[in-house]
Design a protein around this ligand. Structure first.
Ligand SMILES: [Fe+2]
Length: 586
């Protein structure tokens, strides 16, 4: 039985294929259209092509009831046409564009009744747990009674079923009384929206919550007492957000506009700190309530807020929860997985056997496709096919080079996990600044360490497995000098555990680096420069050539940047100009 799941809606459109109960392919549209958080329904066919889906062979297509509120992305207001239902909107657009594979697919379209159910299914039904508490926290889900929207929900997962423990709905905020933050929409008052609104007040875009999380450790508790007045943790696990926080943020916005750069950074960091702390406390409150009700010590998390690795780690530290599973595309893209598996089990009645152990679900490109991308370098000294590729790449890394690493199918979800990565030596602190400069990212944003599973406890205090970079762990004090480029300002790191079983070549590379340096860790960040993560070999080569990266490993091939034809002797600068450096009092 083959089932396609569709995820996303007004952002993060994605499709996945479940075949006989196994997740065999998943792709986000942004990788194909090269537009971040893409939601261009005209291009749905591209998802099918990239995933080698054959719509006429499908038994079922399910979409995850993504909410239909319009809001602003990339500065373009969504028009009222977009507020139509999924089926009608896609149907109309696709009919107009005559995308016949999609038309065929939509004949079988089925829509789950609840967006949060789809999120919960995306976590629990592919988790290793037979039963588990499942928590969903996002901005807003399906519209419920009295013009309210799903905002947080707790579920009890058992075998193939999910039973709601409680579903909380949030009110729309009357926009005549409070400032609008998301144009063309009445704001829904939820934890996810609260965090997004603070994200906007920190000067980021609405879907940049990860930047707020990375900024928070630079801040202080200056705004915490004031912002805490708007987040109430009530009995029975209730979290109430007072919409008047928007008035407070409006004041912050006015103040911020008058500040110069350094002071503004401190202002943003303090605001991020407060929001992060309040979000963490609210998530813990929800989990504790769920535990009291179910006594489950296994937890699945889903919804955009589940990507908050700091909150996730506090759950393990401060609640009775012992095991945690966060599906790597916990955001709306992952709804595709939940929709597909929910439908599969409903129709097939077969037992659960599949556990999601890796995220490498994109299409693998052929040797011919890789050769075509490298054709311009055939016969030139920059291009090699080293017999011991990992050793060669590890030597470059240990020598301070920063390399792009392209292997197999792309990762599903926002994190690069060793198939579409930029890698570097984690030991030297200036590498942090240099990689941020190469990627044109804000200087304060931290990088993640990828560590061999067998060495994790030697370097980090986190004991739990973290294959998808969704848990933060404290770097052991004595190891912090060895991990200067991946230790955040508060001594933590959002780490990735790498196992030989699930990514043998990446494991081999880190092992080779460990042999050379004694450190079984690499700095791992996504292979992109201010855009979606690269998908194809051609994009990899193009992105590499216009970058300051030193080398590209593409399958079995190594391409040294033409700047370094002599093998490269450029060192890493000791320090960047003062204007790029963090303030000293942070
Ligand atoms: Fe969602």
């Amino acid at each position: 039985m083959r089932v396609i799941g569709l995820g996303g809606g007004l952002h993060d459109l994605a499709a996945c294929l479940v075949e006989d109960g196994k997740l065999v392919r998943a792709i986000e549209q942004e990788r194909l259209t090269r537009v971040r958080h893409a939601c261009d329904h005209d291009k749905l066919t591209a998802c099918f092509r990239a995933g080698s889906f054959r719509p006429w062979q499908l038994e079922q297509v399910t979409t995850g009831a993504t909410p239909e509120l319009g809001y602003c992305l990339n500065g373009d207001p969504i028009t009222s046409v977009d507020a139509a239902s999924h089926g009608a909107r896609w149907g109309a657009i696709i009919w107009r564009t005559k995308e016949w594979p999609v038309l065929w697919t939509l004949r079988r379209l089925h829509k789950l009744k609840s967006h949060h159910l789809a999120h919960a299914a995306s976590g629990f039904l592919v988790s290793p747990f037979e039963e588990a508490l499942t928590l969903v926290v996002d901005s807003f889900g399906t519209e419920g009674p009295r013009n309210r929207f799903e905002s947080t929900s707790l579920w009890l997962g058992r075998d193939r079923t999910l039973t709601p423990i409680r579903v909380d709905y949030s009110d729309r905020v009357p926009t005549d009384k409070t400032p609008r933050r998301w144009p063309d929409a009445s704001t829904v008052c939820s934890l996810g929206v609260f965090y997004s609104d603070v994200t906007l007040s920190c000067g980021f875009r609405v879907l940049d919550a990860g930047k707020t999380m990375g900024l928070a450790p630079w801040g202080s508790a200056r705004f915490l007492p004031e912002l805490a007045r708007f987040v109430h943790l009530a009995d029975e696990g209730e979290v109430h957000i007072d919409p008047r926080y928007l008035l407070f943020l409006r004041e912050c916005d006015r103040t911020r506009a008058t500040l110069d750069d350094d002071v503004r950074f401190a202002h943003d960091a303090d605001l991020a700190y407060a929001a992060q702390k309040l979000l963490e406390d609210a998530v813990l409150h929800l989990v504790r309530f769920g535990y009291e009700r179910t006594r489950m010590r296994s937890l699945c998390l889903a919804g955009g807020v589940a990507l908050n690795a700091v909150a996730n780690a506090r759950i393990l530290e401060e609640t009775p929860i012992e095991r945690i599973f966060v599906q790597p595309a916990a955001n709306d893209a992952g709804v595709a997985i939940g929709a597909a598996f929910h439908t599969y089990f409903e129709r097939s009645k077969k037992p659960r056997e599949f556990v999601m152990e890796h995220a490498n679900l994109g299409r693998c490109y052929t040797e011919q496709e890789i050769a075509a991308a490298l054709a311009g370098f055939r016969g030139r000294p920059e291009l090699e096919r080293p017999p011991r590729l990992c050793e060669r790449a590890a030597t470059l890394l240990a020598g301070g080079k920063i390399i792009a690493w392209f292997q197999g199918g792309s990762e599903f979800g926002p994190r690069a996990l060793g198939n579409r990565s930029i890698l570097a030596d984690p030991r030297r602190k200036p590498t942090w600044e240099r990689v941020n400069a190469i990627k044109k990212r804000e200087w304060f944003r931290p990088f993640a360490p990828a560590v061999l599973a067998e060495a994790q406890s030697d370097y980090f205090e986190l004991e739990a497995n973290s294959p998808y970079m969704v848990l933060v762990g404290r770097v052991r004090k004595e190891k912090q000098p060895l991990l200067g480029a991946v230790t955040h300002v508060d001594g933590t790191a959002r780490l990735q555990t790498v196992e030989r079983r699930t990514n043998p070549r990446f494991h081999e590379l880190i092992s080779a680096f460990a042999t050379l340096t004694g450190v079984p860790v690499l700095l791992n960040t996504s292979f992109n420069i201010q855009g979606p993560i690269v998908e194809t070999p051609a994009e990899a080569v193009e992105t590499f050539l216009r970058s300051e990266l030193d080398a590209l490993v593409l399958g079995d091939h190594l391409l040294v940047h033409p700047r370094f034809r002599d093998g490269g002797t450029r060192g890493i600068p000791d320090r960047l100009p003062d204007s790029r450096r963090p303030r000293s009092d942070s």
